[in-house]
Write a protein that binds this ligand. Structure first.
Ligand SMILES: [Zn+2]
Length: 629
């Protein structure tokens, strides 16, 4: 139903109906004019002309946003909503059960409704693309924030022609086809409403386009907007390094399902930080200094790699429950451990194969996520599958209590699960085949423009069995649907490595501390604090929790000295040599608490260590593939 390319031709009635609709498509094109000239005042103006027939009409504001896996449409940002037809204002009322639906009556003789709305981008609320998206120097404009569509037809069948006005001196980048970009108003070519929503605009006063030299085939480009001119200055070798990413992806999947691909990258400390996948682009938002710090650049590599993998895994191949016909039908997240989890696995893999990560750094990140999952006590009550089904509420859940609750673990835990699946295929085929072969069969096929091929778990299991017969259904049941108090480390161990803890900081943890402005002693004292020394979370059962600390308390001191990373480190080292407990003081509301942690294990950070008598297959897994094919 969501397929943009019809696959079955036997359904003649459906085909004839589609042809009839296509014939009338030109007359049925909706227009949306987005005036972003006042974006620096945090207001966007949209004017739409929507084809309509006389009688009742329901117009919808997109609610369930693809890739956000939840009802995140920023409805509260909409103001000054007005409808007109034949020169007269139309009354409207909201559906009392569906807040995102507006009902009106189209007058006799009318063929269209004009709709106007202003959108107020949030300042400090909202998640993902409904979070902060504009600054004085840049904006990420998502069409679903400013456009309505009529109820009753799949959004693939609605044709929209968009136009855009920007502040003076701003330029833009988008995957949308540009019909006329010459004047003050940019006019885009007609596309389906699905494609429009799938094609955000990155605009700004400091915007550079970085084409990647990827040879023949589709063009690849990283488009970068920043809050300053310095932010968008490229570090040496940037374009050359990233050019290897599309090459490795092509070697892995064997086909591409886009006509061109653009990473839209915004560098600002004042936008929501996340990545959102689209079919021919991705919306990637990071810190202003992200290009100019080694650790932050490593974080960027996995973000850009992850969102790019989604063009195959998530956009082209999509779980049936997430391949909805419009933006109002609720999404079913039960297979997010494939949609997001395999993408996380392949994102790490391609970052390493492309050389954006060293093999050592890949192992550090693997060790860190394994250790975190192993310290997530919520896994004793909640199976991984439930984090996927519950994603629509877990994405907005607070970091406080995360260890006990579990977060969106279907990302990181699936890295371990797919690594183990890869190890099983390699073992069973004596190294001839691997999960790469699954990817070629499942995500490859014929190269071409965007299309959606929904799947069920059955198809995943069957394709794995085609690659290498195994009890895959039982394998997933045991790891995904069953409660597993310990993290699944079988894949790490099968590849000749094991998880250990030493006093040497984990590089991934250190990078994460800088990115998130946190200090993390999760594997020793069992707590993490933010930049204001407020406890983000404690690990139930570890010394901080046993001493009586809980999330939200503000740490004041350690062993009588101020709570600083250096003083915590000194206290951990002193306690390791002695028998005295560590003295802690913390503030909780009006109270000041003095507590004691009877902990003598010193600093503990996770790493992977070779298992001496087993071959190192992990290094084989992350070797570049493009050169080998
Ligand atoms: Zn993702």
């Amino acid at each position: 139903m969501i397929n943009r390319k019809p696959i079955r031709t036997a359904l003649w009635t459906a085909t004839l109906l589609a042809l009839t609709l296509a014939a009338g498509a030109a007359a049925q094109t909706a227009t949306v004019e987005l005036d972003a000239r006042e974006v620096a005042r945090h207001v966007l103006h949209a004017h739409m002309v929507l084809p309509a027939q006389p009688g009742p009409l329901t117009l919808l504001y997109p609610k369930w946003i693809p890739g956000e896996h939840g009802p995140t449409g920023p409805l509260n940002g909409v103001v000054n909503l007005r409808f007109r037809s034949q020169g007269r204002e139309l009354a409207w009322r909201r559906d009392p059960l569906e807040m995102f639906a507006f009902k009106l009556e189209v007058p006799a003789g009318a063929s269209a409704v004009e709709a106007d709305l202003d959108y107020l981008p949030p300042v400090d609320s909202g998640v993902f693309s409904s979070g902060p998206s504009v600054t004085q120097a840049l904006a990420i404009l998502s069409w679903n924030n400013v456009a309505l569509y009529p109820q009753g037809r799949p959004t693939d069948e609605l044709t929209y022609q968009a136009s855009l006005r920007l502040p003076a001196g701003w330029t833009f980048a988008t995957a949308l086809p540009v019909a006329d970009g010459g004047g003050e108003t940019v006019r885009f070519g007609p596309v389906s409403f699905t494609t429009l929503v799938d094609s955000p605009i990155l605009a700004g006063s400091h915007l550079v386009k970085v084409p990647l030299a990827t040879g023949q085939g589709p063009a690849h480009e990283i488009d970068i907007a920043g809050d300053s001119a310095a932010a968008v200055e490229l570090p040496a070798g940037f374009a050359e390094a990233y050019a290897r990413l599309p090459e490795e992806a092509a070697a892995l999947f064997g086909a591409r399902h886009y006509r061109h691909y653009q990473w839209l990258l915004s560098l600002s400390d004042h936008v929501e930080h996340f990545g959102l996948e689209h079919h021919e682009s991705s919306d990637n938002r990071v810190l202003e200094r992200q290009l100019h710090d080694d650790g932050l650049r490593r974080g960027l590599a996995s973000l850009l790699s992850h969102e790019y993998v989604h063009s195959w895994n998530g956009k082209y191949r999509r779980p049936a429950g997430l391949a909805t016909p419009d933006y109002q039908q609720p999404m079913i997240g039960e297979l997010l451990w494939i949609y997001e989890g395999m993408t996380q696995y392949l994102g790490f893999l391609l970052a390493a194969r492309s050389g954006l990560w060293t093999p050592e750094y890949y192992r550090e990140r693997l060790a860190l996520l394994a250790a975190r999952l192993d310290h997530t006590t919520g896994r004793a009550w909640r199976p991984l599958a439930d984090t996927a089904v519950g994603a629509q509420v877990l994405f907005g859940s607070p970091p406080q209590g995360r260890a006990a609750r579990r977060g969106t673990d279907f990302y990181d835990e699936s890295v371990l699960i797919w690594l183990e699946a890869d190890a099983i295929i390699r073992r069973q085929t004596q190294g001839r085949l691997s999960l790469d072969d699954f990817c070629r069969r499942f995500h490859g096929g014929q190269s071409g423009p965007p299309a959606v091929r929904p799947y069920t778990l059955d198809e995943v299991v069957n394709t794995l069995n085609d690659v290498s017969p195994f009890d895959w259904r039982g394998f997933f049941r045991d790891r995904v649907e069953t409660i597993t108090p310990r993290a699944p480390l079988g894949g790490v161990e099968a590849n000749g490595w094991r998880l250990v803890y030493t006093e040497t900081p984990n590089q991934g943890n250190t990078d994460g501390e800088a990115q998130n402005e946190r200090h993390d002693w999760s594997f020793s004292l069992g707590l993490a604090t933010d930049k204001d020394n407020v406890i983000v979370d404690v690990i139930p059962g570890l010394p901080a929790a046993q001493a009586g600390l809980s999330p939200g308390m503000k740490m004041l001191s350690v062993n009588g000295r101020k709570w600083t990373p250096e003083n915590v480190q000194a206290a951990l080292r002193a306690a390791k040599k002695g028998a005295e407990p560590i003295e802690l003081s913390a503030e909780d509301g009006e109270s000041v608490l003095t507590l004691h942690a009877d902990y003598h294990g010193g600093e503990r950070y996770p790493h992977l260590e070779r298992v001496p008598d087993r071959p190192d297959l992990l290094t084989e897994v992350i070797k570049p593939l493009a050169a080998r094919r």
